[in-house]
Ligand binder design. Structure first.
Ligand SMILES: NC(=O)c1ccc[n+]([C@@H]2O[C@H](COP(=O)([O-])OP(=O)(O)OC[C@H]3O[C@@H](n4cnc5c(N)ncnc54)[C@H](O)[C@@H]3O)[C@@H](O)[C@H]2O)c1
Length: 352
């Protein structure tokens, strides 16, 4: 039988120091268990005290599982306790639970903490405590520091698998030819990140036109397809993801072009979550790109009022962007900067 080891922690959040320790430990023993030690009450309090949103254990389990999925000798296990603070954590009861879930003799324990030595010697007298990078020289970061300063302040230490949880989603909405796609692309350039283009437009171009050719059955596909593009893009995003259009705008176009609305689009709209909505006024010159059909000024105004009402009826808190292209970019950046400043510590948790 090979050697068995474990490394435990709250991973609140998982950072590259943890990744370093887990990888080193995995090379050291034949079988490594990563123990996610979680208590809803303690972990929530720690996040609240630091002014950051909760990181539910399911999310942390997903990060760890994703991290080790191609590490053949590593398994992740979750162990719950009921401590309301680190100070009140019952180490002996925790050790009993860890032994139970591992279910095998333990040869090694790994941590970066010299201070854990006496506790581990007492609780696991048969095992050897291996201290990895006690002075955190290799990866100089701690989860406490990340919680205190905010995730964006230490973004370089946030693993790729964790980043999407914290990425802020900024959606750009408005009626035809109000500069959505240009602003979305420009914002992505300015913030050195990626964007999601309007998927309905891609489909429209593939099919060969919007007004009559894009028949009604396409609209639900557009909404699903757009969400998949968001899912893919958020994996690549650098702190913020810019998104051109969403399900309410798709519903708006569906009604405009086919006269039909789809309950499924409202359902998608209810499920989606964005951190900032930028609503573009239709006050830039109309650009006829061959796919647009509602250029007359009166119709543009009517459509604008209709889309605003759709957002208002759903309680969407958008900010309005107007003026020249230069003004729009400046206003949009002001709102995005405020979002990143204000919420750099507020992760958007998605459990699905
Ligand atoms: N009962 C037990 O036997 C037992 C054993 C181990 C852990 N635990 C649980 O885990 C908790 C400790 O976890 P935490 O939240 O303090 O740690 P944590 O989640 O921040 O870190 C997890 C592990 O990674 C190591 N680490 C952290 N930053 C590092 C870096 N920059 N470089 C290298 N290694 C690094 C830590 O030393 C720790 O071993 C305890 O409070 C307890 O709940 C229990």
């Amino acid at each position: 039988m090979g050697t068995v080891g474990f490394i435990g922690g709250k991973f609140l959040p998982l950072h590259l120091g943890h990744v370093h320790a887990i990888t080193q430990a995995a090379c050291f023993c034949d079988e490594l268990y990563v123990i996610l030690s979680h208590s809803q009450i303690r972990d929530r309090k720690l996040c609240q005290a630091a002014g950051i949103q909760e990181m539910p254990y399911e999310v942390r389990l997903r990060w760890l599982s994703g991290l080790v999925k191609d590490m053949e000798n590593v398994r992740v296990l979750a162990v719950e306790d009921t401590a309301d603070s680190d100070e009140h954590y019952d180490w002996a009861a925790g050790a009993a639970d860890i032994r139970r879930v591992i279910g095998k003799p333990i040869d090694f324990l790994f941590s970066s903490e010299i201070a854990y030595e006496p506790i581990f010697n007492k609780l696991y007298p048969e095992a050897k405590h291996i201290i990895i990078d006690a002075f955190r020289k290799q990866v100089p970061i701690s989860a406490t520091r990340i919680r205190e300063d905010g995730v964006f302040a230490h973004w370089e230490y946030i693993p790729a698998i964790v980043r999407p949880t914290f990425v802020k989603k900024v959606v750009v909405v408005g009626t035809e030819s109000c500069g959505k796609s240009t602003l979305t692309r420009y914002l992505a350039k300015m913030y050195n990140t990626v964007f999601v283009e309007e998927y309905g437009r891609t489909v429209c171009e593939e099919v060969g036109g919007c007004e009559t050719i894009l028949t009604e059955e396409y609209y639900p596909y557009i909404a699903y397809g757009h969400k998949m593009k968001e899912y893919e893009a958020i994996q690549q995003a650098n702190k913020v993801l810019f998104i051109d259009t969403e399900a309410i705008v798709t519903q708006f176009y569906s009604e405009l072009y086919t006269g039909r609305t789809f309950p499924v689009l409202d359902q998608v709209a209810r499920e989606q979550q964005y951190d900032l909505w930028l609503y573009l006024e239709p006050d830039v010159p109309w650009v006829d790109d061959g796919l647009r059909v509602h250029g007359e000024n009166r119709i543009r105004q009517e459509n604008d009022e209709k889309l605003r009402k759709m957002l208002d009826d759903r309680g969407i808190p958008y900010v309005t962007i107007a003026g020249s292209y230069q003004d729009r970019l400046r206003q949009a950046m002001m709102h995005v900067d405020a979002l990143l400043r204000k919420t750099s510590q507020s992760p958007q948790i998605q459990l699905d």
